[in-house]
Design a protein around this ligand. Structure first.
Ligand code: HEC
Length: 252
C-alpha cells in the first residue's frame, strides 16, 4: 500500500497550515472567552474584598486609638484614666471586645459591686408610661457612655447599675445632667476621673423620666422623680455655666 498524492494537488502543506490556523484561532477565541468570563466573575468579589478591607482598616484604626488612649502615662495613681471628652468618641467607636482586652491587660478586675442600700421611704413603682419615656431619653442621651446594660465602660464611664448616686438624692444627678460633672469619683470600687458633659436639650420632664427609668432599671430601686423636682433645681441653678465638680457635690 503506497500513498498516492492526488494528482494536481501540492503536498499537504496548505491544508496543514489551514488547520493550524484554525487551531490557533480556536485557542485564541477560547482564551478571550475565558478572560471575559474571569473578569465578569471577578468584578463582584473584588468590591466585597475592598469593603472588607476598609472595615478591617477602620477597626484596626479604632483599636489603635483606644490603645493610645488607655496607656500608662494617661493613668492616675488609683488606676483610673484621664480621657478628654473629645477622645471619648474614639473609645465609643472602638470594638468593645478590643477595649475589654486592653483593659484586661492594663487593670485588675474591679471588686464585685455591693448592692445599693435600700431606700428608707416606701418604694413607689413608676408608671409604665414614665418608664417607656425614660427608656427613650436614656437611649438618646446616656446610652453611648453608660451603655445599654447600665454597666458603663470602666474605667472611663462609670456604671449606673447598682450605683448609690443613682438611687440617692435626685437633686445631685439633676444638677450634673443639666450642667455636667467632673472630678474624681469612686463607683463600686473603681475610681473615675473623667468628665460628663452637660446633657443638652432635655426638658424637665425628660430629666425626670430618664432618672426615674435608671432608678428603677439595672437592679436599682429608687422612687420616681417628678418634673417639678427638676424644675426647682433648674431654677435654683439657673445662670450656672461651669460644670459641677464631684467635690462641690460632696461626691467622692
Ligand atoms: C459623654 C459621656 C456621658 C454621657 C452622654 C452621660 N454620662 Fe453620666 N457620666 C459620665 C462620666 C464620664 C461620669 C463620671 C464623671 C467624673 O469622673 O467625674 C458620669 C457620671 C454619672 C453618674 C454618677 C456616677 C455613677 O455612675 O453613679 C450618673 C448617675 C450619671 N452619669 C448618669 C447619666 C445619665 C442619666 C445620663 C443621660 C441623661 C448620662 N449620665 C449621660 C459620662 C456620660
Amino acid at each position: 500500500m503506497s500513498e498516492q498524492p492526488s494528482p494536481g494537488s501540492r503536498p499537504l502543506l496548505p491544508g496543514q497550515i489551514a488547520s493550524w490556523l484554525r487551531l490557533v484561532c480556536l485557542i485564541a477565541a477560547a482564551l478571550i472567552v475565558t478572560a471575559y468570563a474571569y473578569l465578569a466573575v471577578r468584578q463582584a468579589p473584588d468590591e466585597d474584598a475592598l469593603r472588607r478591607k476598609a472595615q478591617k482598616d477602620l477597626r484596626a484604626e479604632n483599636a489603635k486609638k483606644a490603645q493610645a488612649l488607655l496607656t500608662e502615662p494617661a493613668r492616675n495613681a488609683d488606676g483610673s484614666y484621664r480621657i478628654p471628652v473629645k477622645d471619648a468618641t474614639a473609645l465609643i467607636a472602638a470594638d468593645n471586645k478590643v477595649i475589654a482586652k486592653i483593659q484586661a491587660a492594663a487593670a485588675p478586675a474591679p471588686a464585685p459591686a455591693p448592692a445599693a442600700p435600700a431606700a428608707a421611704e416606701a418604694f413607689v413603682k413608676a408608671s409604665d408610661d414614665q418608664m417607656k419615656r425614660g427608656a427613650a431619653v436614656y437611649a438618646r442621651t446616656c446610652i453611648a457612655c453608660h451603655q445599654p446594660t447600665g454597666m458603663g465602660l470602666p474605667p472611663v464611664f462609670p456604671p449606673i447599675a447598682n450605683a448609690p448616686i443613682v438611687v440617692g438624692n435626685p437633686e445631685l444627678p439633676i444638677k450634673f445632667i443639666l450642667q455636667g460633672l467632673m472630678g474624681p469619683i469612686t463607683v463600686n470600687g473603681t475610681t473615675y476621673n473623667s468628665m460628663m458633659p452637660p446633657v443638652a436639650g432635655v426638658t424637665d420632664a425628660d430629666v425626670a423620666d430618664v432618672l426615674t427609668y435608671v432608678r428603677q432599671s439595672f437592679g436599682n430601686q429608687g422612687n420616681p422623680v417628678s418634673a417639678d423636682q427638676v424644675k426647682a433645681v433648674r431654677a435654683a441653678t439657673a445662670g450656672r455655666t461651669a460644670m459641677w465638680t464631684t467635690a462641690e457635690l460632696g461626691l467622692k
